[in-house]
Design a protein around this ligand. Structure first.
Ligand SMILES: [Zn+2]
Length: 610
């Protein structure tokens, strides 16, 4: 997953025309901005960031975020620029929301908080990095003046940059190093990445917290996170309150690191920049000045509102509500049993493809590798069981045959198997592609159900790989948390109007009870997957391998769209591994590992139906 799967569906809104309306607004905005900047020679480029926001170059670099439901530009300024009062700056490059209904807000690179500047630049220039001498940049279509504006703070630095780089113009593909003395923050303050270790363990160094150059908690190699069950970890927490509010107290054990043993474990956050930032916050709150030298036994204060619900005090409403919900889910049982999987239908959805290669880290990218795993699952199910398989996606030049090679070519021709088939070939179509996946799955489900198939016999599985904090390893399973879904939704208009499955089955609804049942069945299958992955000696995420939503900053939590809008009761999204961890990434290149994952999946499915 690359965060692409967040989808801002609204509760109980009629589906028809919503998406069309949104795209019309987008197009209108695009025209507005193009006409507002005449004569500039550049190719506008839109890229999804790892967090699912949009980064773009439209002459200048912007982050594009949805216009908030509440709080207007003030809210955007507070969240992304660090100060509500800076909202007037937004009017320099966005139409006034009073005059025009905005669907997205653009925020100029230099106006963004450091963490978002790094997010945007890493998305637009995935090959760039901080090296000892300065900022290493791989040139695209931009001019020397643009490079000066973005990284040196002003076009006035163009001549100095030319002199430093010893060239008049930039050519596409040139790799240059902008010297440190010309850089502006946050690029100047970032820690240079460590040079690559010896080839047998080639690993991309971790991203550093923006604006926190000196005391980064992340220093490879990472101590492995301590293995401990959630219940045991919970018993180690004490609770208290000080002037800054309620907190949980955790005593760091010997060899434990703040980011993995505290942040990742107790807050559930996984995204690199966020983990590093929270480690800093927690360090500050705990009176730690040097995060690299915390003595064993030191009491770390974790603000209560950062905790996952399962780590709240047992008498708190947050915990009791969470525990009661888990108990309800555990009472939901799949009653269809057939160990040969006769009558079982599996809808397999390999993530990404086409222009969207998914997460790209350590020279491995998602689409081809997760596709190969899906093909292996399909092949295994058809050879060893009586289950029937539907694929949502095909790469016509590869077919469904697994490829026994370490390095795979990108799935450029990946096609979603709707009627007519759909090949996403521009980044704007990636989101449409995601919607088509769940529509296709729902359409299969309806057809099967209408022909008398017991819904319990149908399973949906989407296969992805993640890009997380580099200390994290192992597989994770996402299930559709009922709390994060709506009761009705739809996909219509625009592209949907041309696709048979959308016309026939574009809008859906589920009752609260059905949503809870879906979560319960999916949780049950996830538990079987955990068992089977362990048995096959595949590494699982050390703390909470199964999650009912993606945990991000305090107010952002969501269920990936292929699950959120999927009506198949048993639905799972597998994040096979963390490509931002060198060891995990090299595993993906090993066909034996991909086969092992496929085998473990098939065994889990058999367990689920036995
Ligand atoms: Zn993905």
């Amino acid at each position: 997953m690359t965060g692409a799967f967040e989808n801002h569906g609204r509760k109980s809104l009629p589906g028809k025309g919503r998406f069309l309306f949104a795209s019309a607004l987008l197009i209108a905005c695009a025209f507005f901005f193009v006409s507002a900047a005449p004569g500039e020679k550049f190719k506008s480029r839109y890229v999804k960031t790892r967090e699912g926001r949009r980064a773009c170059v439209e002459g200048s670099i912007f982050l594009r975020v949805p216009y908030p439901k509440k709080g207007g530009l003030g809210h955007v300024a507070e969240k992304y620029m660090g100060d509500r009062k800076k909202s007037n700056l937004l009017l320099n490059y966005n139409p006034s929301p009073k005059k025009k209904r905005l669907s997205e807000v653009r925020i100029l690179l230099k106006d963004l908080l450091p963490v978002y500047q790094v997010e945007v630049v890493s998305a637009l220039f995935p090959d760039d990095r901080r090296v000892a001498a300065g900022w290493q940049h791989k040139a695209g279509d931009e001019t020397m003046a643009q490079l000066a504006k973005w990284f040196c703070g002003s076009t006035k630095k163009t001549e100095s940059l030319r002199a430093a780089l010893k060239r008049k113009v930039l050519r596409k593909g040139d790799v240059v190093v902008i010297p440190e003395k010309l850089l502006v923050e946050p690029f100047k303050g970032m820690k240079p990445e460590v040079e690559a270790p010896p080839p047998q363990a080639k690993q991309e160094p971790p991203s550093q917290p923006a604006g926190q150059p000196s005391a980064g908690p992340v220093k490879p190699p990472f101590p492995p996170p301590s293995e401990m069950s959630m219940d045991d970890a919970r018993k180690l927490l004490e609770y208290g309150k000080d002037d800054a509010g309620e907190y949980a107290l955790y005593h760091l054990a010997k060899g434990e690191a703040l980011y993995s043993s505290v942040v990742i474990r107790f807050t559930g956050r996984l995204e690199a920049a966020e983990v590093n930032q929270l480690a800093m916050e927690i360090a500050k709150r705990s009176g730690i000045t040097d995060v690299t030298a915390i003595p064993a036994g030191y009491a770390v204060k974790i603000p209560m509102d950062l905790l996952l619900p399962q780590f709240y005090p047992s008498e708190s409403p947050t915990y009791t509500e969470w525990a009661a919900h888990q108990k309800d889910l555990d009472g939901i049982i799949n009653t269809y049993k057939n160990a040969a999987l006769e009558g079982v239908v599996v809808i397999l959805d390999p993530g990404h493809g086409g222009i969207d290669r998914g997460a790209i880290k350590n020279k491995v990218w998602e689409d081809s590798y997760v596709y190969d795993i899906a093909c292996r699952i399909r092949e295994g199910l058809e050879a060893k069981t009586k289950a029937k398989v539907f694929m949502t996606l095909m790469e016509p030049t590869k077919g469904f045959k697994p490829i026994d090679k370490p390095g795979l070519t990108p799935n450029r021709k990946a096609t979603i198997l709707t009627h007519p088939p759909f090949q996403p070939d521009s980044s704007d179509e990636t989101k449409s592609g995601v919607n088509l996946r769940w529509v296709l799955s729902n359409s299969h489900f309806n057809t099967l159900k209408n022909s008398g198939v017991d819904p319990q016999r149908i399973v949906f599985t989407s296969i992805h790989a993640d890009s997380l904090h580099p200390s994290v390893r192992g597989t994770m399973f996402y299930i559709p948390g009922s709390k994060y879904r709506s009761n009705s939704w739809g996909y219509s208009g625009g592209l949907a109007a041309t696709i048979k499955e959308c016309k026939k089955a574009g809008s859906f609804s589920m009752t609260d009870k059905e949503l809870e049942r879906a979560e319960g069945l999916s949780k049950q299958f996830a538990k079987r997957l955990e068992e089977s992955f362990r048995k096959n000696e595949l590494k699982l995420h050390p703390y909470t391998p199964t999650r009912d939503h993606v945990v991000r900053s305090k107010k952002r939590a969501w269920v990936p769209a292929v699950l959120k809008y999927n009506i198949v009761p048993c639905s799972i999204l597998i994040e096979v591994c963390n490509l931002n961890n060198g060891e995990d990434a090299s595993l993906m290149k090993d066909p034996l590992f991909r086969q092992k994952v496929a085998n473990a999946y098939i065994e889990a499915l058999i367990l689920y139906y036995s």
